[in-house]
Write a protein that binds this ligand. Structure first.
Ligand code: SRM
Ligand code: SF4
Length: 562
């Protein structure tokens, strides 16, 4: 800690390894936690929120509730674990399950008195929320496609092993939420030794994603550390190419913030990857900015140091030289939807979930349908980085009955959906997200509907053009690698970013700032018409934008206004 360290640094340091006075506040009769406690709560996978719609009603107190995020490495859940989430969503939350862009599940609308019960019942199914948020390594992502091969299991196991290894050692979570008896005395316990994190944990959140070769469904270049597996001809995992320094978040008003793609660093044999990753995290712990939280992500350290300096520091710590990174070859943005055969002969079914929200509507009974299928056939589940769900390990004889149940509940099959809808993602934004400045999840289905019409009129409906929307520039739906990203700038106004690459290797750039919601489709239509008239055969939208230089180099983010 230095004199200039941010306030959150002091809160972490004085928390006694993530205890703070959560246990006391939990029983103080209020329905919210104070501002210091909410910083510590995040490490426990909990965010304090209020219903932003109700804020507009004058004279009304804030309606406090909590979002809980489960930690689900690689997005893998057993049938029983999924069913527990389904049940808890009804018992304690707002009745919906929210699949996230990092393969986890969020509950919204949990009241304070139900936090312990929710976390305890998740714990009964071996699911924790610890470390799903906070300044530590978050949920480790991994390509979810269950190829059923040996390597698939090995890669999923690495997601789990990395996640376990990088979890905080603090017992605070268990004392406070699970084993409530001890909570009262928790502050008297000796804080544990945190070998990696120390008392101050990391300067900021830290994210890791593992990609299958050629398949960039995890958006591997957007992570603090991206790992791309190398597999030999005998289906054996050899190692990983390591990428460092990716991240999406930025702030319209702060020039020192920007999205960044990760750079290739090295190749490591798989037996060494946990050690190397741990050392990389430790360098960020030691050198990351602890004064300015807006500048504290690992990407800024990499940007300022450059790869040669960073690699030297890492090699000095490891005590050996690292091999150069391998060429990653072509990468595709796979969604893994529809029926797919696993290498073990069984099947998995990928179901598209619009913006990750699993709920029942009068037309589509998605929540009930999924519950009934998973309950009856005991299918395991994998959540995808595109907020979708895969039902796995299905035998051939069950396929027909599952199809029938899909139809009975009116769940759309992926092939009935347009590419625009299947590939789209939106963050939750209003009314739950405290940082939202504009709508996202609630308005995006309508925007996509209008875009579908435009694309069809122009004969572009078979093209893969990725559309992503967020309610602020933090980038939770990774909008800066989409072909077209709509980023909330202020209420009802969006910045439009264009020219990303569906394979995730190019950031998009600002095209127009402060476009009203009602004009988004019209603005994009002009671009699509131009693309349709001028593109080379087979040319992708983002590649076209890059080729014809549609984005004016001088059109800097700050010019979008504030
Ligand atoms: Fe995020 C903060 C939702 C993935 C960058 N994000 C938030 C919070 C917790 C708002 C808050 O701090 O109060 C949002 C809760 C909204 C709500 O009501 O549920 C929130 N982020 C989400 C989710 C649910 C979006 C989704 O549509 O699924 C994703 C949950 C992931 C998970 O399961 O762990 C989610 N957030 C991301 C991603 C994408 C990713 O990780 O692949 C990013 C960009 C990548 C990155 O980190 O650079 C992302 N979220 C942020 C940021 C900006 C961080 C930065 O570097 O500046 C914030 C704000 C912050 O940390 O200060 C944020
Ligand atoms: Fe909230 Fe912004 Fe993230 Fe959307 S992008 S969930 S508005 S923090």
């Amino acid at each position: 800690m230095t004199k200039k360290s941010s306030k959150v640094e002091l809160i972490k340091e004085e928390s006694g390894n993530l205890r703070g006075d959560l246990a006391t506040q939990l029983h103080n009769g209020q329905n919210y936690f104070d501002k210091n406690a909410i910083q510590i709560l995040k490490f426990h996978g909990i965010y304090q929120q209020d219903d932003r719609d109700l804020r507009r009603i004058k004279g009304r107190d804030k309606e406090w509730s909590f979002m809980i995020r489960s930690r689900i490495p690689g997005g893998g859940l057993t049938a029983t674990q999924y069913l527990a989430h389904d049940r808890l969503a009804d018992t304690y939350a707002n009745g919906t399950i929210r699949l996230t862009t990092r393969q986890t599940i969020q509950f919204h609308g949990v009241v304070r008195g139900d936090l312990s019960s929710t976390l305890r019942e998740l714990h009964d199914e071996m699911i924790i929320a610890l470390g799903a948020c906070g300044d530590i390594v978050r949920n480790v992502m991994c390509c979810p496609a269950p190829a059923g091969s040996r390597t698939d299991h090995v890669i999923q196991e690495y997601a789990q092993k990395l996640s376990d290894h990088l979890l905080p050692r603090s017992k605070a979570y268990y004392e406070i939420w699970i084993d409530g008896e001890k909570a009262g005395s928790s502050q008297q316990n000796d804080p544990e030794h945190e070998p990696l994190y120390g008392k101050n944990y990391l300067p900021r959140k830290f994210k890791i994603g593992i990609a299958w070769p050629g398949d960039n469904c995890v958006d591997v270049f957007t992570h603090d550390i991206g790992l791309v597996a190398t597999i030999n001809d005998h289906d054996e995992l050899q190692g990983f190419t390591i990428l460092v320094g990716g991240g999406m978040g930025m702030n319209h008003k702060k020039k020192e913030t920007f999205p960044r793609l990760a750079d290739p660093l090295a190749w490591v044999p798989h037996e060494e990857v946990i050690d190397v990753v741990t050392h990389i995290v430790a360098i960020q712990r030691d050198y990351g900015d602890r004064e300015n939280r807006k500048h504290a992500r690992f990407k800024y350290l990499i940007d300022e140091w450059g790869i040669p300096k960073f690699k030297k520091e890492l090699e000095d710590r490891l005590g050996y030289r690292l091999a150069p990174p391998l060429d990653l070859g072509d990468m595709r943005p796979e969604l893994h939807l529809g029926w797919n055969r696993q290498a073990d002969g069984r099947w998995y079914l990928g179901i598209s979930v619009e913006n990750g929200r699993i709920k029942d509507t009068p037309e589509i009974r998605l929540k009930t349908g999924l519950r009934e299928i998973i309950r009856r056939f005991g299918t395991d589940v994998r959540l995808t980085p595109n907020q979708d769900i895969l039902l796995t390990n299905i035998s051939e004889e069950d396929q027909h009955a599952i199809e029938q149940m899909i139809r009975e509940h009116n769940i759309p099959h992926d092939y009935t959906l347009s590419n625009a809808r299947r590939y789209s993602m939106a963050c939750p934004a209003l009314p739950t997200c405290g940082l939202a400045v504009a709508e996202s999840e609630r308005v995006f289905p309508g925007i996509i509907r209008e875009l579908e019409q435009v694309l069809e009129e122009l004969g572009l409906d078979k093209e893969v053009i990725t559309f992503r929307m967020t309610g602020c520039p933090n980038g939770c739906a990774r909008p800066y690698v989409a072909d077209i990203g709509f980023v909330g700038h202020s209420m009802n106004k969006y910045d439009i970013f264009i020219g990303g690459d569906p394979a995730g290797r190019r950031l998009n750039s600002l095209y127009r700032g402060l476009v009203p919601l009602e004009e988004l489709v019209e603005t994009v239509k002009t671009l699509l018409v131009q693309y349709q008239n001028e593109r080379y055969e087979g040319e992708k939208f983002g590649d076209y934008v890059a080729r014809v230089n549609l984005v004016d180099e001088t059109n800097q983010i700050s010019e979008a206004g504030s």
